[in-house]
Write a protein that binds this ligand. Structure first.
Ligand code: HEM
Length: 142
């Protein structure tokens, strides 16, 4: 009996040598029943009825468990700072003659958008505040 157990464990040990496991995160990140809009880009997936931010348990892009991403805190801070900085500094516009955006995903190790061009102009924060909130003041910096 001990030898049989040893044989089975040795088979499993060597059978897995060099095996690369790629977990399919999409199975939970797009699971029906877990999300209000499982198959579309819609930030409402993370907002409750009051418009407050909520993070469902099924949100696991950094994985879970003891081998979860060690850089999650750093990555989340970077994502926030880079995106907010770009949106505050620039105005991004879909070019006039570019046709409709091609929303077919590009499959790879991660899912990416098709390559595309955007027009960007330096964002005038002062002008935006004035037009959006009717605030006029010299203390608004651009
Ligand atoms: C948006 C950015 C990132 C995403 C989505 C991400 C996602 C992941 C995922 C899914 C894993 C695999 C966990 C598993 O094996 O189940 C992982 C592992 C890991 N990540 Fe990240 N990661 C990101 C950025 C970073 C950054 C910036 C660092 C370091 C500065 C980092 C360090 C690590 C390390 C060290 C592991 C291996 C943990 C272990 O096996 O014990 N990651 N990450």
């Amino acid at each position: 009996m001990p030898y049989m157990q040893a044989v089975i464990h040795e088979i499993q040990r060597l059978a897995n040598t060099g095996t690369i496991i790629v977990p399919n995160m999409a199975s939970v990140l797009c699971e029906e029943g877990q999300w209000k809009f499982p198959h579309e880009f819609n930030p409402e997936n993370f907002l409750d009825d009051n418009g407050d931010f909520v993070k469902p348990e099924a949100f696991v892009p950094f994985s879970v468990g003891p081998r979860a991403c060690l850089g999650e805190g750093l990555a989340r801070t970077e994502l926030f700072l880079v995106l907010v900085t770009l949106l505050r500094r620039f105005q991004f516009v879909w070019p006039k003659n570019a046709g409709e955006p091609d929303l077919k995903p590009v499959f790879g190790l991660t899912i990416s958008p098709q390559p595309f061009n955007l027009e960007s102009t330096v964002f005038q924060f002062k002008t935006w505040m004035e037009t959006r909130f009717s605030i006029v003041g010299d203390n608004l910096t651009s």
